[in-house]
Ligand binder design. Structure first.
Ligand SMILES: [Zn+2]
Length: 81
């Protein structure tokens, strides 16, 4: 579901998780490497939240989206609401 961030105006996409939670994500897909101890998290197109890292060697695990609160310049507003 395409939408716009109310805080910064960036185009975002809402992805539904298997638990029926909706997560706002950045529009573009990024390659990631799955890593249970990784510093980042991505949301797959199926709604799975996966711990990962973006700095890695070798092939990526796949393509997924970054949760928008990780990149939003007004992320504080997300937390207050
Ligand atoms: Zn935003």
């Amino acid at each position: 579901m395409a939408a716009t961030c109310k805080a910064c105006g960036a185009p975002i996409i809402w992805i539904e998780t298997p638990n029926k939670k909706w997560i706002p994500c950045d529009e573009g897909l990024v390659p990631y490497k799955q890593d249970s101890a990784g510093p980042e998290a991505v949301v797959t197109q199926g709604g799975q939240v996966i711990r990962c890292r973006f700095d890695y060697t070798g092939f990526p695990t796949g393509m997924a989206r970054v949760p928008h609160w990780a990149t939003c310049p007004d992320a504080d507003k997300h937390r207050k609401r």
